[in-house]
Design a protein. Structure first.
Length: 202
């Protein structure tokens, strides 16, 4: 899937009944899962956007993953299978931007800067231990610590960086963190919803 424009992403969200935050500096955060459900690459898209006080639109769209890497698909941490965040859903108020280096009460992701999951979300569980992600079965509602975090500094392989989390290499995540900080600086808080779309919605 080619990189979508933020305008197209917003249109898809609105058509699906999701919220595009329009108050200045209120960030709309999410990902676009592509049809490639069998590779262990950064083959999805992650995005963050906000409107300025003048009505302008600022956005970041970077390659990343919304899925577990191949290792944890074949070797799930949970006996019920690999956690797969459900797409076509905006998981409202599900993440908090945390930076343990700046706030000792924050844990982030293993002590690192991250979007930390703080609320229950909807999941599928893929338990056939093959390389292909399955998007079906019973819905699980839980907090599985599927954080948004950096996954190394270089390369295009997810490896063991994700057992169900979303993220990208550090330079891309830094752009998303910087966007989150704009919301915080504007006084709108550090809580973010996460809209997970799928290529089939486009």
């Amino acid at each position: 899937m080619n990189r979508p424009s933020i305008e197209t992403i917003h249109s898809v969200m609105i058509a699906a009944g999701m919220k595009v935050f329009e108050s200045p500096y209120s960030v709309t955060l999410g990902g676009v899962r592509t049809k490639d459900s069998a590779s262990g690459k950064f083959n999805d898209w992650l995005f963050a956007s906000y409107f300025t006080e003048e009505g302008g639109l600022k956005s970041i769209i970077v390659p990343g993953t919304t899925d577990s890497g191949l290792y944890y698909r074949e070797n799930p941490l949970n006996r019920k299978g690999t956690a797969v965040i459900k797409h076509n859903i905006q998981h409202r108020g599900s993440y908090q931007y945390q930076n343990p280096k700046l706030n000792k009460s924050h844990r982030g992701h293993k002590g690192q800067e991250a979007f930390k999951q703080i609320a229950n979300m909807e999941y599928w569980r893929d338990n056939n231990k093959d390389s292909v992600l399955d998007y079906d079965g019973e819905t699980q509602i839980d907090n599985n610590a599927t954080n948004g975090h950096d996954m190394g500094t270089v390369g295009n392989n997810i490896g063991k960086w994700s057992a169900g989390c979303w993220g990208s290499i550090q330079k891309n995540m830094d752009l998303l963190y910087a966007t989150a900080k704009e919301q915080i600086k504007a006084g709108h808080g550090d809580i973010f919803s996460y809209a997970l779309l799928h290529e089939d919605m486009f």
